[in-house]
Design a protein around this ligand. Structure first.
Ligand SMILES: Nc1nc2c(ncn2[C@@H]2O[C@H](COP(=O)(O)OP(=O)(O)OP(=O)(O)O)[C@@H](O)[C@H]2O)c(=O)[nH]1
Ligand SMILES: [Mg+2]
Length: 155
């Protein structure tokens, strides 16, 4: 190999420097049980989404994007866990709230109540807030506009 080639190899292997670090942000992900929090985060991490069970407690995933890494803390949505959500809000820099757009009206109202208390929580109320209307593939799914409408009872 020529001296030039050696030099090229050396430069390529040694002089490239570390990849520029991506900024990291800490997010909290909430929503009723079954809304699809773990499924969504697993998909974003290119992990298998079959055999996902309800999250007991919380789970943290580092979700890589081109310009940033989001460290997302999912809080399980079961009733026994939901009541402790606010204990895990501290340090969050953003919020993702997942809705099941195909749920019953009753569950959607329950989700609305939880969403409103999260939006009003002192540790969350100033943060960027994403509300994701999930389960859009189901025939019964409400559109994002319908999800946003206040529920009207029809008798
Ligand atoms: N059809 C459909 N099914 C979904 C979707 N998202 C999640 N699921 C299914 O819904 C079920 C519950 O999903 P999870 O991701 O465990 O829900 P979760 O919000 O993490 O639930 P908890 O951890 O109990 O709070 C699983 O069987 C998923 O396969 C979706 O967009 N469409
Ligand atoms: Mg989960």
């Amino acid at each position: 190999p020529s001296a030039r080639g050696d030099q090229w190899c050396f430069r390529t292997l040694c002089c490239k420097g570390p990849p520029s670090p991506r900024p990291e942000y800490d997010l909290v992900c909430i929503g009723l049980t079954g809304s699809g929090k773990t499924s969504l985060l697993s998909r974003l991490c290119s992990e298998a989404t079959d055999n996902i069970g309800p999250t007991t407690g919380f789970s943290i995933k580092a979700v890589p994007f081109q310009n940033a890494i989001l460290n997302v803390k999912e809080l399980g949505g079961a009733d026994s866990i939901k009541k402790y959500w606010s204990r895990y809000y501290q340090g969050s820099q953003g919020v993702v709230f997942i809705l099941d757009s195909a749920s019953t009206d009753e569950d959607l109202e329950l989700a609305r109540t939880e969403l409103h208390s999260a939006l009003q929580h002192p540790q969350l109320c100033t943060l960027p807030f994403l509300i994701l209307a999930n389960h859009q593939d189901k025939p019964a799914a409400r559109t994002t506009q319908e999800v946003g409408q206040p529920h009207t009872h029809t008798y």
